[in-house]
Design a protein around this ligand. Structure first.
Ligand code: HEM
Length: 414
């Protein structure tokens, strides 16, 4: 078996943090290989990209997420006991519970809730000189997510909840005081959610029969045991936090409408372009850069033998920008998704493979529905985009337009 190519440098932690979204692709291009080995945090790791790599990584239960992410990222994004840390039959049972929440009715309900909260917010935006979309859409999504999941939220609690959920997302890509602050805020949200689960189970709070809150509170794992209060709280946050994170995709969609104004007219003239536009937003703009795993068993791919325990990082952003899979990948071209038949391994902003048996994101349909509705609402609004720094740094995780996308002179309806 030929030896795997090694990236230059003894340890690539600093280049990885500095280059972030482009770290793996640059080296794959330079070495002419879809996989290479290096060290990150002094630990040997195999980095890989492309559709075949995604299939190898996601299918067959070969890789666990346990021990595959730095502790701070794990604490902020998933945490102990969460679905992402499960494997095999235990994972499939928990995943079935998540997927049961993703019915067409429930997904159209989430878009309705977004619209309701959007209108309330926009009425206030109209009286303000300027509005920064990234955090403001986060506030709208925080209310939307709480309503959808069934988490009671008073007017007084709403700003803190939004702040805590948005901090978890921001903090996950940082190292330093921001991360510690985010962890402190997360602990507050966890305490509140644990109390809520206890109240629902004791009948002190009524959760609607088929709401996500009620479903999680009564779910039984493969061993027949109910989730502990702590795990149930973690899984509730696993719905709330990523729903709020959709604010990044919606902000990117607003940026695309601003930088490609022809699309605003096209979308107004033909609703059939909405889905291709939204899919291109999810492909083109940077969000989840990579995903890590550790081999659960000995396995071979790309001429390399992975031993059980080996650490691997799959390039999600690089695969979405792989020029062998996407023509002119650095161009924003929604046309590429018109009549696109779908593919489980080439378009992987939210993971690859099968929803039920692998770790692919269960929230993908909700994400699409939320962005679609937001794009429609943005197209129905009039506003100005004053001069500002709209650049997106591919070195910062999670990425966003530097200014957060400021708008002014908002007028709710055309
Ligand atoms: C898993 C990204 C939205 C809930 C994942 C994974 C990615 C991802 C890349 C795969 C992780 C892996 O392979 O281990 C995103 C992005 C989103 C988003 C970029 C856009 C904001 C959502 C939403 C929900 C959600 C809206 C819930 C409503 C989850 C859960 C998992 C997951 C529970 C773990 C699944 C498992 O381990 O089987 N997400 N996600 N995500 N996502 Fe999302």
């Amino acid at each position: 078996m030929p030896a795997i190519l090694r990236a230059a440098g003894v340890d690539n932690t600093i280049p990885f943090l500095r280059e972030a979204y482009t770290f793996i692709s640059r080296r794959c291009d330079g070495l002419g290989s879809d996989l290479f080995s290096t060290r990150i945090m002094l630990t040997p790791v195999v980095c890989m990209r492309g559709a075949d790599a995604a299939q190898f990584f996601y299918d067959g239960g070969r890789f666990t997420r346990q021990g595959a992410m730095p502790q701070t990222v794990l604490r902020l994004l998933q945490d102990k006991g969460s679905i992402q840390g499960l494997d095999g039959a235990a994972h499939r049972a928990r995943k079935a519970m998540f997927m049961s929440l993703m019915s067409p009715d429930r997904i159209s309900h989430v878009a309705e809730l977004l619209e309701r909260h959007w209108h309330v917010a926009v009425a206030q935006w109209a009286s303000r000189p300027e509005v920064t979309l990234l955090p403001e859409i986060g506030h709208i999504l925080s209310r939307t997510a709480c309503d959808w999941v069934g988490v009671p939220l008073t007017e007084r609690q709403a700003p803190a909840m939004s702040r805590e959920l948005q901090a978890m997302i921001r903090g996950a890509g940082q190292i330093g005081p921001g991360t510690l602050h985010a962890l402190t805020l997360r602990r507050r949200t966890e305490r509140r959610m644990r109390r809520l689960v206890r109240d629902v189970r004791a009948g002190r709070v009524q959760a609607e029969g088929d709401s996500p809150l009620a479903t999680i509170a009564r779910h039984r794992d493969i061993d027949g045991a109910a989730l502990t209060d702590a795990t149930a709280a973690v899984e509730i946050i696993n719905l709330l936090r990523p729903m709020v994170a959709v604010n990044r995709f919606i902000t990117f969609a607003a940026l695309a409408l601003h930088q490609h104004p022809a699309w605003r007219r096209r979308l107004a003239g033909d609703e059939g372009w909405l889905e291709p536009f939204v899919q291109e937003v999810r492909r083109f703009y940077p969000f989840f850069p990579v995903i890590g795993g550790r081999a659960l068993m000995g396995c071979d791919w790309g001429g390399h033998h992975f031993a059980a325990g080996d650490w691997v990082i799959l390039d999600l952003y690089g695969t979405n920008h792989d020029r062998r899979l996407w023509e002119e990948p650095e161009q924003f071209q929604p046309e590429r998704f018109k009549d696109w038949p779908g593919h489980p391994y080439t378009f992987i902003p939210q993971g690859a493979g099968d929803f039920m048996t692998g770790h692919r994101c269960p929230g993908e349909w909700i994400t699409i529905a939320l962005i679609k509705r937001a794009v429609r609402l943005l197209c129905g609004m009039r506003y100005e985009v004053p001069p500002q720094d709209l650049s997106i740094s591919l070195s910062e995780m999670p990425a966003a337009p530097r200014s957060g996308l400021v708008i002014s002179q908002v007028c709710a309806a055309e």
